[in-house]
Ligand binder design. Structure first.
Ligand SMILES: [Zn+2]
Length: 455
């Protein structure tokens, strides 16, 4: 049996990587990995923000079944845990922030948060720290031990941009001249100006103001954000490159399936929204990176263009690793060379839900029932205020930028709505997420999330 190395880079848009066609050299190491592996061109996250997306990745369940919609809850169990145990795989993780420890506590092995173990100066070397810890963990293992499934979380180009100053200016452009210093200070404070307490809370407010139309982002400032985003992509690519080189040095590359994913994308005002986790479920926030290198497959450089979902990712990776009892999935079948048309894929946001079948995508407003009534009411009000209550249908083959709403095509709408209704009516296959944290623990996690700009 092979090992699995599951790497997730937060907030990384595929279309900002060279191997997905981006013009800037942001990703030499990921490009090399893709050239020797398979690139998933239409891989959807299960949500547009971190907590439910990760829970679905690790459980193989959709959010209406695992019930996890924030960082203070966690899935009680995972249907895939039995497969992992049955194959005597060792699970472990190295992550940037410790809220993953709470999120995955019942369904994964020990997880190290580098912000706890390697100091937390709020900046600056987190991706390289994750790589260093992962290589230490891998190096300490004895030959002949059980196969492992190691999960790594890189904070990627999530705002505020955390990278050493000397890596931050590689893509600075003329068009970003004159960017608003209030924004640049907020999203990428230089080392000498770090003031975490102030910056952290105001960043969330800034994003909300942009998304609610209370604050405009001028073109120079938006370009500055994209320049810094790309620099952060490049810095994380370097960290992953070091990791893959280390895997080679340890002689593990031939026995390890490597997957590099992102948990969701990022909006740069393409449809008026900024960042992620808001109302929108457009492709810029729903489509994720998916690069998989299976050493059992000699021919690399292939791409899968049909729609696939991260909810099937762990099962597919287990299957590729040769785990007995791994459930068959469309993604696993496609990776094995099947030409059969895969089934529909789904994305559950806080305010809306989306389904894609073939090239067509339907998005409908639906505040998630896992949230309390007041929160859901606020979401309806928010959508109404922003005039975002309408449903939308797009043909992603003809209109990849999602500019032409086909909602008046009644037949198309009926078909997609029926798929969505059936998906939501499917019975819960296991226990829902539990919420057994003490008040103090919940407050601690919420404060940490706010401090990091995640709330
Ligand atoms: Zn995320």
């Amino acid at each position: 049996m092979k090992n699995i190395l599951l790497i997730v880079i937060d907030t990384l848009r595929p279309d900002h990587l060279g191997c997905y066609g981006y013009g800037r050299p942001t990703s030499p190491n990921l490009d090399r990995l893709a050239a020797g592996g398979t690139r998933l061109d239409a891989l959807w996250s299960v949500s547009n923000f971190t907590a439910p997306a990760f829970t679905s990745l690790f459980t193989g369940l959709h959010p209406h079944h695992h019930g996890v919609f924030d960082f203070t809850s966690q899935a009680a169990s995972s249907p895939l845990a039995g497969v992992i145990e049955g194959n005597q795989m060792e699970t472990a993780g190295v992550v940037t922030f410790r809220f993953f420890q709470n999120l995955l506590r019942n369904i994964w092995g020990p997880i190290e948060a580098v912000t706890d173990t390697r100091g937390f100066d709020f900046s600056k070397n987190l991706p390289l720290d994750v790589t260093a810890s992962a290589l230490e963990w891998l190096g300490a293992r004895q030959q002949g031990e059980s196969p492992f499934c190691l999960f790594l979380h890189y904070d990627g180009p999530h705002t505020p941009f955390r990278m050493p100053d000397e890596h931050a200016d590689v893509f600075d452009s003329q068009a970003a001249r004159g960017a608003d210093p209030a924004v640049t200070d907020l999203l990428f404070p230089r080392a000498e100006r770090l003031d975490p307490g102030r910056r952290k809370t105001t960043m969330f407010r800034f994003m909300k103001d942009v998304n609610w139309g209370r604050r405009k982002l001028d073109p120079a400032t938006l370009q500055w954000i994209i320049d810094k985003y790309d620099a952060a992509v490049r810095y994380n690519d370097l960290a992953v490159g070091n990791l893959l080189a280390g895997l080679d040095d340890l002689g593990l590359s031939d026995d390890t399936v490597v997957a590099v994913l992102s948990d969701h994308g990022e909006e740069f005002l393409e449809h008026g929204g900024f960042a992620h986790g808001g109302i929108h479920l457009y492709e810029e926030v729903v489509r994720t990176v998916g690069i998989i290198r299976d050493p059992g497959k000699p021919a690399g450089g292939t791409a899968i263009t049909r729609p696939t979902s991260q909810v099937q990712m762990l099962a597919a990776l287990l299957e590729m690793a040769g785990a007995a009892g791994a459930p068959a999935t469309d993604l696993g079948n496609l990776m094995a060379g099947s030409r059969q048309e895969p089934g529909p894929v789904f994305c559950h946001g806080k305010s809306k839900i989306a389904v894609r079948r073939g090239d067509h995508k339907l998005v409908v407003p639906r505040p998630n029932p896992s949230l309390d009534r007041i929160t859901r009411l606020k979401m309806w009000i928010n959508m109404a205020r922003q005039r975002k209550l309408g449903s939308e249908i797009f043909d992603l083959a003809r209109d990849p930028r999602e500019t032409r709403n086909l909602i008046n095509d009644k037949e198309l709408r009926r078909g997609l709505q029926a798929i969505l209704d059936e998906h939501l009516a499917a019975p819960v296959p296991g226990p829902l997420g539990n919420h057994d944290l003490s008040d103090a623990e919940r407050r601690r996690i919420e404060k940490e999330m706010r401090d990091l700009g995640y709330m």
